[in-house]
Design a protein around this ligand. Structure first.
Ligand code: PSV
Ligand code: MN
Length: 425
C-alpha cells in the first residue's frame, strides 16, 4: 500500500477474511491455480476515476457538500491516489478541460508517479461557456450553423489533445450537448452533417497514436433531440472518422429498459467499442453508484465483455473504462469505492460463467439451462475473492471501514476547509 497510508487491518480481520476465503473457495470449487488466475484477471481490470467526480455533485435544486473537497488538480490526484492505495482498482485519472487544466505538466507527471497513477482520457467541454470565450455554445458547438462557432469548438478539442499529449494521454473523449429543445429548430440532417465534418477535422488533427471516443446521449440538455442520441449514430460517426475513432457507452445514456448488454455485444461484433462510463440509474442519467440499482444488468454487460474477450475472432480495440457518476448524497470517495467494488464484483461473476456449458445449452436451445448457468454465476458471493485480490496487491481488506476508522474525511476538512468546492458538475 501507498507508504503514506498506514494499514489498519488487524490480525482478527485477516483471520476472519481467511475463513471467508476458504468458504468461497469450497463453494466455487476453486483450487489455488484457478484462484490465482481469477485474482490476476480481476487485478488487471482497472477503472479510471474522473477528475470531476471527487467533489459533491448536485441537482438544479441544490447541493449538499460534506466539505474537504479537493481545491485543485493536485488535491484531486491525491484523492484518486488514496482510492487506488485502498482498492488497487483505479490506476488512472481522466481530465475534463477546462475544469482541470494542468498548469505545470512536469509537476503533475511527478505527482501522478508518486501516487502510482497515469492519465486516462482527456475530455473536451463545449457544453458550457467559459468566461474568456468569444462565441456562445447556447445553440450548439460542433453542429453549429455558424462556421466561426464550429471552428472555436474544433480548436478547443485540438487544444485538449495538446494538454493530453503533455501528460501522456492517448485518448480524447467527445461528448456533445448539441441538440434542440423544440421541433423545427434543428434541421436533423444538416446538423448531423456539420457534426460529422467537425469530428473529422478533430480526428485528422490528432497524433496518429491517439484515439477518439464518441459518446452518445438520448436527451439532456437537449430535451427534444440530441445530435448524437444513440450508439448507431456514434458508430456511423466513428466509422466516417477512421479506425481510431470508437463508440463510448455511458450506462446512464439510454432510455428506460434499453438492452445495454446487447448494444455492448453489437459494438464488440463491429470492433467499435472504445470506452465505458460506469454509473447506476433508475430513470435516466441519474449518475448513481454503479451496480446500485441494476446489478444483474451490470453482470450481463460484463458477460458480453468477457465472452468478447474470450473470442479470438473479435479484435476489438482496448476499451477505456471510467466511472462517470455524481455523488449528491454519499461521500464522493466512499461512493467511488462502492462503484469500484460493484464493477469488480460484476466482472468476477462474469468470469465464473461456465462458458462451455452455456455454449452447449445455447446450441440445444435449452432456455432453462442457459439462464441457470448465468444465474449460478451471478448469485455467487465473490466478496472474499475481491478482498483477497485487494489484499494480495497491497490494498485494504475493507476500504470503507479503513476510510472511516482513519477519519480521512474529517482530516480533509481540517486541511482543505468545510467550504472548498471541486470543479465539475
Ligand atoms: C454527460 O452527461 C457526461 O456523461 C459526459 O461524459 C460528460 O463529459 C460528463 O457527463 C460530465 O459530467
Ligand atoms: Mn459520460
Amino acid at each position: 500500500m501507498n507508504s503514506s497510508i498506514p494499514d489498519v487491518t488487524s490480525d482478527q480481520d485477516v483471520q476472519h477474511h481467511e475463513k471467508m476465503l476458504e468458504c468461497c473457495k469450497t463453494t466455487l470449487s476453486l483450487d489455488e491455480a484457478r484462484l490465482g488466475h481469477l485474482i490476476d484477471k480481476i487485478n488487471s481490470f482497472q477503472v479510471a476515476v474522473p477528475s470531476w467526480a471527487l467533489g459533491t455533485g448536485g441537482t438544479r435544486f441544490g447541493r449538499f457538500p460534506a466539505g474537504g473537497e479537493p481545491r485543485n488538480l493536485d488535491e484531486k490526484i491525491e484523492d484518486v491516489g488514496l482510492i487506488q492505495a485502498l482498492t488497487r482498482a483505479t490506476n488512472s485519472i481522466s481530465l475534463h478541460i477546462p475544469w482541470d487544466i494542468p498548469k505545470d505538466a512536469t509537476a503533475v507527471q511527478q505527482l501522478l508517479k508518486q501516487q502510482e497513477l497515469t492519465i486516462d482520457s482527456v475530455n473536451s467541454n463545449t457544453f458550457q461557456d467559459q468566461p474568456d470565450q468569444e462565441f456562445s455554445y447556447k445553440f450548439g458547438s460542433l453542429c453549429h450553423t455558424d462556421d466561426r462557432i464550429r471552428k472555436q469548438a474544433i480548436d478547443h478539442n485540438i487544444e485538449v489533445v495538446e494538454h493530453g499529449i503533455k501528460l501522456n494521454s492517448k485518448v480524447l473523449t467527445v461528448w456533445l450537448a448539441d441538440g434542440s429543445n423544440f421541433p423545427g429548430h434543428h434541421h436533423f440532417r444538416k446538423a448531423f452533417a456539420r457534426t460529422s465534418d467537425s469530428l473529422q477535422q478533430i480526428y485528422r488533427a490528432m497524433p496518429r497514436d491517439w484515439n477518439m471516443l464518441i459518446e452518445y446521449k438520448p436527451y439532456e440538455p437537449g430535451f427534444y433531440s440530441t445530435v448524437i442520441p444513440d450508439w448507431g449514430t456514434s458508430y456511423q460517426l466513428s466509422q466516417t472518422c477512421g479506425d481510431r475513432a470508437n463508440v463510448l457507452v455511458d450506462l446512464g445514456h439510454h432510455l428506460p429498459n434499453t438492452n445495454i448488454e446487447q448494444i455492448v455485444g453489437r459494438l464488440l461484433h463491429f470492433r467499435r467499442l472504445g470506452g465505458f462510463h460506469f454509473n447506476g440509474s433508475h430513470y435516466g442519467d441519474d449518475d448513481l453508484t454503479t451496480g446500485a440499482i441494476k446489478p444483474y444488468q451490470l453482470f450481463l454487460i460484463f458477460h458480453e465483455l468477457v465472452t468478447g474477450a474470450n473470442d479470438k475472432s473479435i479484435n476489438n480495440p482496448t476499451v477505456a473504462y471510467m466511472i462517470d457518476a455524481s455523488h449528491n448524497i454519499k461521500d464522493p470517495i466512499e461512493d467511488l469505492i462502492n462503484s469500484l467494488e460493484n464493477i469488480r464484483s460484476a466482472y468476477a461473476k462474469a468470469l465464473l460463467v461456465d462458458f462451455k456449458a452455456l455454449e452447449l445449452a445455447q446450441k440445444e436451445n435449452d432456455v432453462v439451462m442457459c439462464e441457470q448457468i448465468l444465474q449460478a454465476a451471478f448469485q455467487s458471493d465473490v466478496r472474499p475473492l475481491l478482498a483477497e485480490t485487494r489484499f494480495r496487491s497491497g490494498g485494504s481488506l475493507d476500504p470503507i471501514s479503513f476510510f472511516r476508522a482513519k477519519k480521512i474525511r474529517s482530516n480533509l476538512i481540517t486541511k482543505r476547509g468545510k467550504d472548498s468546492v471541486a470543479t465539475g458538475l
